[in-house]
Design a protein around this ligand. Structure first.
Ligand code: FMN
Length: 276
């Protein structure tokens, strides 16, 4: 979506490039911005894992604010920046949120047994919760006509901020995971924390120094890339998708063993071998 408030500001690098000296500097900048920067970014992205167990020590507020600075820089539809952040690091508050999320998890597991049962340490040592809030009134900034696209624009903007927050948390030696609050959780938290009605709790980030680092795996790139037109050879059959959604496969994939999960999918969907 476009940014109605944006002005065209000349890129200082391209202005410098008009002079021979500037051109040299520009080449240097391009080199500095090249592979090294990409590798640093990739290292953080590759190593980031959802962290759900934490060391029992506080997160310095300065570190939390550094991570939030990354979230603040995120892009958003119409540059409306619909996010705000609510941090809870006082013991009473932290314990109350852990209790609410434990209740929520019991309810989710009872409803859908594909999700792993509650460990005894669930939310036991979380020193800090960051609530990523979104101001739904700002949907008015988006010119799209369908509610769906307007919603996507708002929630995708909040996801961009959350993503940058999570990467910064990883880069700072901390850990977190993306907690999606259920509706009753959101209602309870909003009432308890005095959050105004139009503000939605988009996601919750429990933050701390990691105690346990899980593994997780990803689909290979070649399975998901299409050049110039959709390649039907890469289109997953309904049988594969049904097999993928089975409880056992989800449990294997969540435990970080993606290739084994794909073996199961291939067997269950009648291919007899991994599809790719
Ligand atoms: C949109 C979104 C919602 C998620 N919701 C939850 C959640 O409610 N509870 C949870 O434990 N993990 C949640 N996760 C974390 C995923 O389970 C996790 O990212 C995935 O299993 C891959 O593991 P990794 O992050 O360690 O690579 C969510 C992740 C995303 C991106």
């Amino acid at each position: 979506m476009g940014d109605p408030g944006a002005r065209d500001v000349p890129d200082p690098a391209s202005r410098r490039a008009r002079t021979p000296d500037g051109a040299r500097r520009n080449t240097k900048m391009a080199e500095a911005n090249g592979p090294g920067r990409y590798e640093t970014l990739m290292e953080v992205m590759r190593e980031r894992r959802s962290i759900r167990r934490f060391q029992p020590r506080p997160v310095p507020r300065a570190l939390a604010l550094k991570a939030l600075e990354a979230a603040r820089c995120a892009s958003s539809g119409a540059n409306i920046q619909p996010w705000e952040f609510l941090l809870i690091d006082e013991e009473r508050g932290v314990r109350h949120i852990a209790e609410i999320l434990t209740r929520e998890r019991k309810y989710i597991v009872a409803r859908d047994p594909r999700f792993p049962p509650l460990g005894r340490a669930f939310h036991k040592d979380v020193p800090l919760y960051i609530l990523i809030l979104g101001d739904t009134r700002l949907k008015g900034a988006f010119p799209q006509t369908t509610d769906l696209v307007v919603d996507i624009t708002l929630y995708a903007s909040l996801a961009m901020a959350t993503c940058q927050l999570h990467l910064a948390i990883e880069a700072l030696g901390l850990g977190t995971y993306f907690h999606t609050p259920e509706e009753p959780t959101e209602r309870e938290l909003k009432a308890w924390l005095g959050i105004p009605a139009p503000m939605t709790i988009f996601s919750i980030a429990p933050v701390g120094f990691p105690r346990v680092r899980r593994t997780s795996a990803r689909r290979p790139l070649e399975e998901m890339v299409h050049w110039n037109a959709y390649d039907l050879a890469r289109y997953r059959s309904d049988a594969e998708v049904t097999a993928l959604l089975r409880r056992r496969v989800i449990a294997i994939a969540m435990s970080g063993r993606w290739p084994q999960a794909m073996e199961e999918v291939a067997a269950a969907s009648g291919r007899g071998r991994p599809s790719r």
